[in-house]
Design a protein around this ligand. Structure first.
Ligand code: ATP
Length: 211
């Protein structure tokens, strides 16, 4: 990665990681010519139930994905923080470490719909652009659309002129899968092989996760 290249980041619980994470981000990153996206596993957020896989297991699955997809690398800073982890702090650290580089923060549409509730959400736009991929069953909420109308660029054909502050919504192929559904499938002993890379499915089976 050259010093001035764009920095992609993609946060999530990844419990477990699946093709709904990987494929839309891969597609949108390609459209923006972003060569590297850092996976930022977070601690289990308060509004989610306890993870069924522990941090080491979630990390092991992310490492398998990074080995198979060279565009992804791992950034464990949010897992390593002793206190509750805020995206604002992560972005401030990244900007300090990579001055002059644009940051593209990848999220799914369901996350965009909750963005107004994130800690100091307006300040996040001082540090990054958001790149949003569509997700089945999660249309853009009208209230969020009107709140962020001045920031949203649908189906962008080129990178934004501003260094930060836009929400780029891409029409990537939608992948109808969630970690919740995968955990359910495993409890019901249904196949998960089509929903994630084979190495991740093999790890889940070997570790007997989510059963
Ligand atoms: P859970 O079912 O446990 O809530 P999840 O499948 O939503 O998990 P997360 O790790 O919470 O996965 O999501 C991380 C990020 O990936 C979020 O920004 C989310 O919107 C996005 N994402 C997850 N699944 C998809 C999908 N199928 N399509 C597009 N974006 C997705």
């Amino acid at each position: 990665m050259t010093e001035k290249s764009e920095l992609g980041i993609f946060g999530g619980t990844f419990d477990p990681i699946h093709y709904g994470h990987i494929k839309p981000v891969q597609e949108a990153a390609k459209k923006l010519s972003i060569a590297k996206v850092y996976l930022l596993p977070n601690q289990q957020p308060v509004h989610k139930p306890n993870a069924s896989a522990d941090s080491d297991q979630r990390l092991a699955m992310l490492r398998l994905v990074c080995a198979e997809y060279p565009m992804f690398s791992l950034d464990t800073r949010e897992l390593e923080r002793p206190e509750k982890s805020y995206s604002l702090l992560t972005l401030q650290e990244l900007v300090a470490q990579h001055p002059g580089r644009r940051i593209y923060f990848f999220i799914g549409m369901d996350s965009l719909n909750t963005l107004p509730d994130w800690y100091q959400s307006e300040r996040l736009f001082d540090y990054c652009h958001f790149v949003v991929t569509r997700r089945p069953g999660h249309p853009l909420a009208p209230a969020v659309q009107s709140k962020f109308a001045h920031r949203i660029i649908e189906t962008p054909q080129q990178p934004p002129k501003n260094e930060t502050g836009n929400i780029l919504i891409f029409d990537t192929n939608q992948v109808d899968v969630s970690s919740t559904r995968i955990r359910q499938y495993l409890r019901q002993q249904c196949s998960i092989e089509q929903l994630m890379p084979a190495a991740v499915a093999a790890y889940i089976n070997a570790e007997k996760l989510y059963q």
